[in-house]
Design a protein around this ligand. Structure first.
Ligand code: 13P
Length: 246
């Protein structure tokens, strides 16, 4: 039995004042029986760590460098994230693939760098609307995951995978539980061929997950949690999803 994991991805939102309110709200709303984490903008990691001290909530970043250290202006390494106590780093989010032209291989390299420093990568895969309509969903997500499997080899069992259909992100359009489950099952089968640990691996769904659709999505056999964008910015909304995962 896999323990559910709910992760808030704040994206480029927040301020010191707003974060303090949100994190205090989460402190009060927990504990939950699911694992819960927030992935916050880099500048807020330290304050998040302080605000969550003594709670069950873990925290992490929304990206990390594929490099360990050196002349990479603007980059943040997983070594630094580990130093700050981050448990997770999201890698390969579709917004980074689209706006920062991250390739499947770069995403895989970032996942490898995270693991090398004890940070669990939450590797995102997902198809665009055009790809879905062209019947390419499976081909796309399998290609994205294959790069990570190839690069991590026997360590693939250490990642968290997130299926985020691009057309469902921030649009209010959610994949139906059946649509999401179908892709999750494909991904688990692919993981199964690569590692004996596939049954223990968590595959999260992300894309307009809210309290009112979370129960049905999280009730699917291969959906092991959620990666939550918009609904992670209000403590009550996020807490309701965390409860639904319990
Ligand atoms: P929304 O929940 O806002 O659709 O965002 C999902 C997402 O991209 C999480 O990484």
């Amino acid at each position: 039995m896999r323990k559910k994991l709910v992760v808030g991805n704040w994206k480029m939102n927040g301020s010191r004042a707003a974060n303090a309110v949100l994190l205090a709200g989460l402190r009060e709303a927990g504990p939950w029986s699911a694992d819960v984490a927030v992935c916050v903008p880099f500048p807020y990691i330290t304050e998040t760590a302080l605000a969550l001290t003594g709670t069950q909530l873990a925290y992490g970043s929304q990206d990390c460098s594929a490099h360990e250290q050196g002349a990479y202006t603007g980059e943040v390494s997983s070594l630094m994230l580990h130093d700050l106590g981050c448990r997770y780093a999201i890698v390969g989010h579709s917004e980074r693939r689209a706006y920062h032209h991250e390739s499947d291989q770069l995403v895989a390299d970032k996942a490898k760098a995270a693991l090398a420093h004890g940070v669990t990568p939450i590797v995102c895969v997902g198809e665009t609307l055009a790809e879905r309509e062209a019947g390419q969903t499976e081909v796309v997500v399998k290609r994205q995951l294959a790069a990570v499997i190839h690069t991590l080899t026997h360590c693939i069992g250490e990642i968290v995978l997130a299926y985020e259909p691009v057309w469902a992100i921030g649009t209010g359009l959610t994949a139906t539980p059946e649509q999401a489950q179908a892709v999750h099952a494909v991904l688990r089968t692919q993981l199964h061929a690569a590692t004996q640990k596939s049954d223990a691996m968590r595959i999260l769904y992300g894309g307009s997950m809210k309290a009112d659709n979370a129960v049905a999505l999280l009730g699917q056999p291969d959906i092991d949690g959620g990666l939550i964008g918009g609904a992670s910015l209000k403590a009550a909304d996020f807490a309701a999803i965390c409860r639904a995962a319990g």
